[in-house]
Design a protein around this ligand. Structure first.
Ligand code: ATP
Length: 251
């Protein structure tokens, strides 16, 4: 069995003291391909943001070994990306090379060549000069995958990569995910389509704020676990305060 890569130690993540993820512990192994599944509002996106370091746990810790923020390739939910920003397809893809060139280092001829290659690999050869606002949802998602290809990260986190995407694009992007897994990268994807999870993702983390199951997909995605996840989500008290240590009294 491969080595642990990211370890969650009793992680609670809050928004204004209300827990979105509650006392979660477990391990993502090196080279694993894991789906994160769970009902709406289960804390899936929040967990991804904490893994890349965008959110800090209120209690508990996330052990990333020697990996830094720049070692993670991250695809946020489409709704979180502003496509009105006046930027070309090529520049969007080359932003994946920032880790290599530095934000102010400018892009090299080689970055441009690699961007062209990455766009060709996602079926968008010739789209370099297009404005990102002029693309369809599926084309834009292909551009974001091209950016991830260029970034060449060892750990890739995807937040609902197939939402509002046509079947053909979904299949093409799924192939890229499976290739990343075949290359030995660690891939973690938040997914809503349970058939997709069962068909392509060997491991699943099922959450409803708290852990429901984590392990082999065929075991975790059992009918009993899915019913339990739904019941946990429905009975969750949105106003519950996190069980954080009280600040020490001064004096
Ligand atoms: N920026 C925020 N400020 C306050 N509360 C938030 C914020 N983002 C998420 N939440 C709350 O945290 C909880 C978990 O949200 P999160 O988006 O992580 O769930 P999710 O499992 O990704 O949901 P979905 O499947 O609907 O995308 C929800 O109750 C949500 O309302």
């Amino acid at each position: 069995m491969s080595a642990p890569l990211i370890r969650l130690n009793d992680v609670t993540i809050t928004y204004e003291r209300h827990p979105a993820v509650h006392h979660l512990s477990g391990i993502f192994r090196k080279g694993s391909l894991t789906a994160i599944a769970g009902p709406n509002g289960a804390g899936k996106s929040t967990l991804l943001k904490a893994i890349i370091g965008e959110l800090k746990p209120a209690t508990g810790s996330i052990d990333r070994g020697s990996f830094q923020r720049t070692d993670f390739g991250y695809l946020p939910q489409a709704a979180e990306i502003n496509r009105r920003f006046p930027i070309s397809v090529a520049d969007t893809v080359m932003m994946g090379a920032w880790k290599n060139s530095g934000a102010f280092g400018g892009f090299s001829q080689d970055d441009m060549r690699q961007a062209r290659q990455a766009l060709a690999a996602v079926g968008l050869a010739g789209f370099e000069r297009r404005h990102i606002g002029s693309l369809s949802a599926g084309q834009f998602q292909r551009v974001l995958f091209a950016r991830l290809l260029l970034q060449d990260a060892r750990i890739i986190l995807l937040d609902e990569p197939f939402t509002a995407i046509d079947q053909r694009t979904t299949r093409d992007l799924l192939d890229i995910i499976l290739r990343w897994h075949g290359d030995g990268r660690t891939v973690i994807a938040v997914l809503h389509d349970f058939d997709q999870v069962r068909s392509h993702f060997p491991e699943t983390l099922l959450i409803a704020r708290e852990l429901v199951g984590w392990g082999r997909t065929d075991e975790v995605m059992s009918a009993a676990n899915l019913i339990r996840a739904r019941a946990m989500a429905e009975s969750w008290d949105e106003d519950a305060e996190a069980c954080l240590p009280e600040p020490e009294a001064v004096g």
